[in-house]
Design a protein. Structure first.
Length: 411
């Protein structure tokens, strides 16, 4: 039985609008100056903070590193830093601080230097606007540049625009990412279906009701084409124009693969959020799973982490709930009918029969049913062998395989 109680609440919706822009030749030169100056500030402050700690054992804070920008601009050697927006340079210092904080919290590796041929970007935190001309064309105006930048605004921008990030991809395409904040009213309803989802490689998603979603396997589909393009790239002389052209061709193919994958995940996550009220998923250590050299490529191609991120923020906007089962819950080994644990189950066993109740199980569907039950925090039945590790907060070493732990708990 589901309750029909609905409560309205105000949610701060943070969304981004990614628009394709087509700068002129002069505007491309203007962007190149910003890209180069922001990249220089990032690398210079990274080198300064690393040298200070290595030589003197001194830790430089983000605000102290940010004040060094004004010192560099006063130096005649770096007078060209005054040609770009000063706030964009300060944002580069803040980006470096964010990278350091992620490293200190063990969420990422130590910050690395930015390269010229990789993804280039600079941030404009204020004094920008998106205007529509009398002919219906959209133009983006940013500081230090008077003329508007041709923009393809394929949808209306809602909310208060906080900042815009100008991006140049390795394929040579330009985009404007406008970050907006909007307060929306959503209905927190308890009506709707509850679903459990198990992710995998053979089937991207397996629902507790038996439905399965096949993965795209884009890297497998484009494997031969990528190998041929990389072979042509390796034959070009380093630093030549032909090598740069070959590099752009490879980057365009990678961008195409990423766009197809992103479109697929957006549509899939939207469908799940629209059809269900409560979605229960696994709490996977994806970074640990990627250490398996045999499965890392397939896991990266599946993009479990990106899918979970889309699912969580879209559910929040719609007033739905996303709950996670414990990381060490034995979802595949537990019988969803009686709770008996099959300790002899291996990864190659796709179907198995419970020796206690005789129920035949599909491995993935059984795992999805257990995820639906364990996501509540209280089991529907008293299993034959209970495991309190399903919701334990203890830190344990996670292996590189997507395999449930086998624990013994004493009563």
């Amino acid at each position: 039985m589901f309750h029909s109680l609905e409560e309205e609440m105000i949610v701060e919706k943070r969304s981004g609008y990614n628009f394709r822009i087509y700068p002129s030749y002069e505007q491309k030169i203007f962007f190149a100056k910003h890209f180069g100056c922001c990249r220089f500030i990032y690398n210079e402050l990274l080198s300064y903070r690393s040298d200070q700690y290595r030589q003197h054992g001194r830790k430089i804070s983000g605000f102290e590193a940010k004040r060094r920008i004004s010192i560099l601009k006063k130096d005649p050697k770096y007078s060209w830093l005054k040609e770009v927006n000063s706030q964009s340079l300060q944002e580069s210092a803040l980006d470096l601080e964010v990278a350091y904080q992620a490293f200190f919290r063990k969420r990422n590796r130590y910050p690395r230097y930015k390269k010229r041929n990789s993804r280039q970007s600079f941030t404009v935190p204020q004094n920008f606007c998106l205007k529509t001309s009398s002919r219906g064309n959209d133009f983006l105006f940013i500081p230090k540049h008077k003329s508007g930048i041709k923009t393809i605004a394929h949808r209306k921008v809602k909310g208060v625009a906080k900042r815009v990030v100008i991006v140049k991809t390795p394929a040579g395409n330009y985009y404007a990412n406008i970050m907006c904040v909007e307060e929306v009213e959503v209905k927190d309803s308890q009506c709707g279906r509850t679903i459990g989802i198990d992710v995998g490689l053979k089937h991207l998603l397996t629902m507790c009701y038996g439905d399965k979603v096949e993965p795209l396997r884009l890297l497998y589909l484009y494997e031969k084409r990528l190998a041929r393009l990389y072979k042509l790239l390796s034959r070009k002389k380093k630093g030549s124009i032909n090598r740069n052209s070959a590099r752009i061709i490879v980057a365009r193919l990678h961008e195409k693969i990423a766009n197809i994958r992103k479109d697929f995940l957006h549509k899939l996550s939207r469908k799940l959020v629209s059809e269900n009220q409560v979605i229960r998923i696994e709490d996977l250590n994806i970074s640990g799973l990627l250490k398996n050299r045999r499965l890392a490529r397939a896991i990266s191609d599946a993009s479990w982490g990106r899918f979970f991120e889309m699912l969580i923020y879209k559910a929040r906007w719609a007033g739905k709930k996303v709950e996670k089962a414990g990381r060490f819950a034995a979802t595949s080994k537990l019988c969803s009918n009686c709770g008996n644990k099959n300790r002899e189950l291996t990864l190659k066993d796709r179907f198995w029969t419970c020796c206690k109740c005789g129920k035949a199980h599909d491995r993935d569907i059984n795992a999805a049913k257990n995820i639906k039950r364990l996501g509540r925090g209280t089991p529907e039945f008293t299993p034959v062998e209970r495991s309190t590790a399903a919701f334990s907060s203890m830190k344990k070493k996670v292996g590189s395989l997507k395999q449930e732990a086998d624990f013994k708990c004493e009563a």
